[in-house]
Design a protein around this ligand. Structure first.
Ligand code: NAD
Length: 279
């Protein structure tokens, strides 16, 4: 499943919508100088500018306090030129991540991490939903992978990937199992999966013997190694799976494209247009 190709299509659609809406703004807050976060922020900004969304790059020192970050978020909440706000994680240890996420105006919460958006997703109501799970759903739809009635297994239960993806799959009428670090006998679950998603961060952990013949396998994992970016799915899984996303070029580009789509969605909602999210 080619995420690069689908992401290009999504970005084209976003660019058209952005042109129709006029000025759009996406603000990111980066606290400290984590090199991986810097790269992600750079990619997000470049992608935003390319589709005509103005990127606002807020940098705060590594020793910022929670109050410092909350104050910056408050100013962005009040800034009418800003449609979407994203606080890059991980935040330095001294910061209260939950407080910061809850401070973002829900209507501008393009990462879908505000408790209101998390709750709306849980209820199956229109919400801003994290971009990575949206990207996974879009890839499965693009390749005609049947979700209704399918057994889906998500490995990983993070707030940004595993949990919201399990919700989206449930809303799409899959029978969903969430596996995690304390799951005993992972294979007992994964071998039943028509759709298997790995979002762990352990290179090659999904080997062929964990995959059902003919399954659709989505590799969300990204680990930086000397040999480049590596996913959670071992290359041997390709022999068993009917569909597989590559790393890089799978979920990664879709995450960025769906973030831009969320920014358009937030802008349309803020302008009073009726818009619904992917859930
Ligand atoms: P996280 O560290 O917050 O969560 C990892 C999850 O894996 C946890 O829920 C944990 O319970 C589970 N886990 C750990 N060890 C396990 C094991 N042995 N067996 C089963 N489950 C296990 O990570 P995250 O933020 O969800 O990210 C997961 C991976 O996805 C990382 O590699 C990250 O870089 C990548 N990621 C990629 C994108 C993208 O756009 N492609 C976006 C977000 C995250």
């Amino acid at each position: 499943m080619d995420g690069k190709a689908l992401a290009a299509k999504v970005r084209e659609r976003v660019a058209q919508e952005a042109r129709a809406l006029g000025r759009l703004g996406l603000a990111t807050i980066l606290v400290g100088d984590d090199p991986a976060s810097e790269v992600y922020i750079r990619h997000k900004h470049a992608a935003a500018e390319e589709v005509g969304i103005e990127a606002v790059d807020i940098r705060l020192p590594a020793d910022s306090t929670t109050v410092d970050v909350l104050e910056r978020v408050r100013r962005l909440n009040e800034d009418d030129a800003v449609d979407g706000i994203l606080v890059q994680t991980p935040l330095p240890d001294q910061l209260d991540e939950a407080l910061v996420q809850a401070a973002v105006e829900p209507a501008k919460d393009v990462d879908g991490l505000h408790p209101l958006n998390v709750g709306l997703l849980h209820l199956g109501r229109p919400a801003l939903v994290p971009a990575t799970p949206l990207g996974v759903m879009a890839l499965l739809a693009e390749y005609g992978v049947g979700i209704e009635g399918a057994r889906a297994v998500v490995i990983g239960r993070s707030q940004i990937v595993g949990r919201p993806l399990a919700q989206l799959l449930t809303h799409a009428n899959a029978t969903v199992t969430v596996c995690h670090s304390r799951t005993v006998e992972l294979a007992r679950n994964t071998l039943d999966a028509d759709v298997l998603v790995a979002a762990v961060g352990l290179p090659g952990m999904v080997t062929a013997d964990l995959v059902k013949q003919g399954a659709a396998v989505v590799d969300v994992g990204i680990t930086r190694t000397d040999a480049g970016l590596v996913g959670d799915v071992d290359p041997t899984a390709a022999e068993v799976a009917a569909f597989l996303t590559p790393v890089p070029g799978g979920v990664g580009p879709m995450t960025i494209a769906c973030l831009l789509e969320n920014t358009v969605l937030a802008a349309r909602n803020r302008r009073g247009e009726l818009a619904v999210s992917g859930n």
